[in-house]
Design a protein around this ligand. Structure first.
Ligand SMILES: [Fe+2]
Length: 321
């Protein structure tokens, strides 16, 4: 099973999907693997027209590669109004609702048995809100599935249920209970998206894999087969788009840092540079640089002003290790 997250596609990108640099390797991996699981935020804005284009795209990808596709909702897919959970189920019926082995009446959560494994697809979304939640009803339903499901069970959710740093603003309510439940039933892996980064954290044999975006460095999909999970690079080392993806991330980091400083009325090129480097280091691009960034006096500028921003809290936390 191939696993990916957070494609955040606009209508234009869906219309010319094959032109995206990561599309050809994804298509060939889908042909090889025969199954793809998408962990939500397939669309960027969750508008009905975007969803219709997304459903057409998935249909087309599945027909061309022969791969089965399973889809979870993400917070971007379920806006406050205009496209609700019932619309999601009706439109994406083919992608993990039809033929599901179990269905939670309280959410879009489902259990799908595929090639001897049970995929516990957990809907952690609250329409219109970035933060997720897992209700008591859904936990009870998941426990009933876990009691009888053919093993192995692989859990999947848009929001990572387990806290792994001091950056938990979108941690779903009920997330820790869910992680504890999965661990209690010896589920080995829970795959999640939302954070746009690749991280594997382990707690007592339970592993949470946060899956990054395919178009952002290091441009990987994950593979879960035979109880082993591993990242699969979409581009070979030295591929020009790999360098370009790194540059795009760098440009994004720079623009983000500059925008926060501007908003707070600070004009400090050293602080701008520090944010860019720290963001890239936090994404895993320069892990060795973290200690130097922790000592850099420019960090204190961010400590003094950025606590209201999620991104700033995150890089301050990462550079404090
Ligand atoms: Fe998300």
């Amino acid at each position: 099973m191939l696993i990916s997250a957070d494609w955040h596609l606009t209508k234009e990108q869906m219309a010319s999907f094959d032109g995206l640099f990561y599309a050809p390797p994804i298509l060939s991996l889908m042909r090889e693997s025969g199954a793809l699981l998408l962990l939500g935020d397939l669309t960027n804005n969750g508008r009905p027209a975007e969803h219709e284009a997304a459903a057409r795209l998935l249909e087309d990808l599945s027909n061309r590669t022969g791969a089965r596709i399973l889809l979870l909702p993400g917070n971007h897919d379920l806006p406050r109004s205009g496209f609700g959970p019932a619309d999601f189920e009706a439109l994406y019926r083919r992608f993990g609702f039809d033929g599901a082995a179990g269905r939670d009446p309280a959410s879009l959560s489902r259990a799908v048995v595929l090639r001897g494994a049970t995929y516990l697809l957990l809907d952690t979304c609250r329409p219109g809100e970035p933060r997720g939640s897992v209700s008591r009803e859904t936990l009870n339903w998941a426990e009933a599935v876990l009691k009888t499901a053919p093993f192995p069970v692989i859990a999947c959710a848009h929001h990572p249920p387990m806290a792994y740093d001091a950056f938990p603003p979108d941690l779903p309510e009920g997330g820790e209970e869910l992680a504890a439940l999965l661990a209690r039933y010896r589920v080995r892996y829970c795959f999640a998206g939302h954070r746009h980064e690749n991280r594997l954290v382990e707690r007592g044999g339970f592993r949470q894999v946060t899956v990054g975006m395919p178009g952002v460095w290091p441009c990987v999909l994950w593979k879960a087969d035979d109880g082993v999970a591993e990242p699969v690079p979409l581009l070979r080392p030295g591929h020009p788009r790999l360098a370009a993806a790194k540059e795009e991330l760098r440009a994004q980091a720079f623009a983000m840092g500059r925008a926060i400083l501007k908003r707070r009325g600070v004009d400090d090129p050293r602080a701008e540079g520090w944010f860019e480097q720290a963001y890239l280091a936090a994404q895993g691009m320069d892990r060795d640089g973290l200690a130097r960034l922790a000592r850099d006096p420019a960090r204190t500028v961010w400590q003094g002003l950025g606590q209201d921003s999620i991104a700033v809290r995150w890089i301050l936390e990462v550079t404090a290790r």
